[in-house]
Ligand binder design. Structure first.
Ligand code: C5P
Length: 292
């Protein structure tokens, strides 16, 4: 058995995000095309001599107790596997911004589940890991294998899609963050005028056509009346000025991304945006991980 493992926790982007009705359990029925990208946190798991789960994180304002989904994932894994007298140290080296709509916390939790599975040689299948992940949060199941997926329900019902066409993705996050429950509450007050063409997006992915994919990127949360959406619109507009094939907000924001075929054009845009916004990176789509 291993003493130490490392896992990369890839960020998630929403190529489309649609919200149907609010359910009786308080959650919303979603329809989303999700994609992981190369921007990632580094997760290290180590067995320790003393019992208990201890976590550290390079972002000082990120809690390292049970409020952190990665800690909850390790606890849940131990409970399910009957692991009692083994201490674990989780080191999180974060790069994915917090409060960005990029599932950073969920990606870390999913990476912990994958890592614990290797650390303890428990041989859980992808489906078994996803079932555990679902108990932690709506986006965690997708983050187990990542790649390109259609997500339904709360976001936990997954259908594998072909990989999205390769491209260069500029991700830019304004200084503010947007709370997920707050944005869902605001969305409940509006009558949505537009919905993404999810079927069209699925066709574009199946035919490997980046231009058609980019044209169909759409997120209903951008319609929420919130003055912060003005900044989102400004970033999108700059991306289009720099030749993006499409640009959209991811999840409940506040990060925005645009896609390019041409790497230099993407880098020029990132350089321009980074004059005004602290977080701005160029990334690439990643393919689904092969698990069990
Ligand atoms: O499941 P998770 O903890 O990630 O969700 C955070 C919050 O986002 C929920 O408490 C709920 O307010 C909102 N949410 C929702 N519908 C979803 C997913 C999340 O209303 N499908």
């Amino acid at each position: 058995m291993k003493e130490e493992v490392r896992e990369a926790a890839y960020a998630k982007l929403n190529l489309t995000l649609d919200v149907a009705e609010k359910r009786s359990d308080g959650y919303h029925e979603m329809l989303m095309v999700m994609q992981t990208v190369s921007l990632s946190d580094a997760i290290e798991l180590k067995k320790t001599g003393e019992a208990g789960i201890r976590a550290t994180c390079n972002f000082r304002y990120v809690p390292t107790d049970r409020r952190n989904l990665a800690v909850r994932a390790a606890e849940l894994f131990c409970a399910k596997q009957g692991i009692q007298n083994q201490g674990i140290r989780i080191r999180m080296e974060k790069k994915i911004p917090v409060g960005a709509g990029m599932a950073g916390g969920s990606a870390d939790a999913a990476a912990v589940l994958r890592g614990m599975n290797r650390l303890f040689g428990t041989d859980m299948s992808r489906k078994e890991l996803e079932a555990l992940a679902e108990e932690i949060g709506s986006d965690v199941a997708f983050c187990i294998a990542g790649g390109t997926s259609l997500a339904k329900g709360r976001g936990e019902i997954l259908e594998d899609l072909d990989p999205m066409p390769d491209c260069h993705i500029v991700i830019c996050k304004p200084g503010f963050s947007i709370s997920t429950p707050e944005l869902f509450r605001k969305l409940d007050q509006v009558n949505l005028r537009r919905h993404p063409d999810t079927a069209g997006m699925l066709e574009a992915i199946a035919s490997g056509d980046l231009r058609e994919c980019a044209m169909r990127m759409y997120n209903v949360f951008e319609e929420v009346p919130d003055r912060r959406m003005r900044t989102v619109a400004e970033i999108k507009s700059t991306m289009r000025d720099f030749g993006a094939l499409g640009a959209v907000m991811t999840g409940t924001g506040s990060a925005v991304f645009g896609v390019w075929q041409d790497r230099d054009a993407a880098e020029n845009c990132a350089e321009e945006l980074s004059r005004e916004y602290r977080f701005c990176v160029v990334s690439r789509p990643t393919e689904r991980l092969n698990i069990g």
